[in-house]
Design a protein around this ligand. Sequence first.
Ligand code: GLY
Length: 372
Amino acid sequence: MKESSDVVIIGAGIIGCAIAHRLAQQGLTVTIIDRGYPGGEASSAAAGMLAPQAEATHGLKGPFAELCLASHRLYPEFVAEIVEQTGIEIAYRKPGTLYVATDYVEAEALAGLLERQRAAGLPAEELTADEVRKFEPALAETVQVGVYLPEDHHVDNRRLIEALAVAAAQQGVRFITHTPVIDLMVEGDRAIGVRTPGGMIAGGIVVNAAGSWAGLVAPQLQKHIPVRPIRGQMLCLKQSTPSIRHLVYSGHCYLVPWPDGRTLVGATMENVGYDKRVTAQGIGHLLQAALALVPSLAGATITEMWAGLRPGTPDDRPILGRTPAVEMIVATGHFRNGILLAPITAKLISELITSGQPSLPLEPFAPTRFAE
Ligand code: GLY
């Protein structure tokens, strides 16, 4: 038996690291264990969009929208705190999203998106084709209409996870990397630690933040953690100056420009299991969609292509809270919103652990909802 901590967290992605950091700040001893290295999976594969309004495919009302908007509000402070603690600069920008439509079907969908923003009282500006091109002159002539969402932001997620891991370590969090969890240690009706090839790691509380792998940690709890990986392929295009300035979404791809001339193009949505390959079809589709939207990207250099596995759930909502039968705290299933939801997840899970009273209700996200 290795030494014991108050809390053992499985998974050193942005969710696990953010929870670890919060708990350690409050004086708890925390060990975080990962089969790879901090942020090595979906957290670094993401594009860093903090876009609850653009990504509100399920509407902007109800517990999930509230969770996303609450986390979005926490973000500036969350980033500032990590920067101040570590001295590591993290780009945090407020470019807003320009959502565009190039055909009738997309225009109908965009009208629905605009309606949802208005119904929720959120800022959204309807733009004609001419107005869209004033915003972004490089957009193709095929763009017929647009909606500007000024409150959508962007963060350098790779730098953020790197800094967050440093911040957590500075707070005393112990990292055990390149070590898989092979089983839970269970006593009575509670998980009290994990087994690894190198021995056991005990903790008063176990938090499962293993992203797409969360369901595999504890086969006996899999029905409460029905996470499945949804592959997202992406690529990076580099120009001497970027063609666009805002986040641009269409029904076929999204574009994330950086001031240094990089434009990230994302992302596929593929239910192909634990397969992180970059495929000709996936990249071909993204390139075609990107060039159709911004023709001047045609001369850009492809500097990187990659894929990550989003932790999807049957209802596209995260899984947050205690499992029944064998008690363990789960914080996974963040699907397309893992970067966005890190601050609120860390806040709610640390409140659940330290006071038993999360400041937002966790019932809508309870692990028990799937087995009911
Ligand atoms: N949030 C963007 C994506 O999942 O592709």
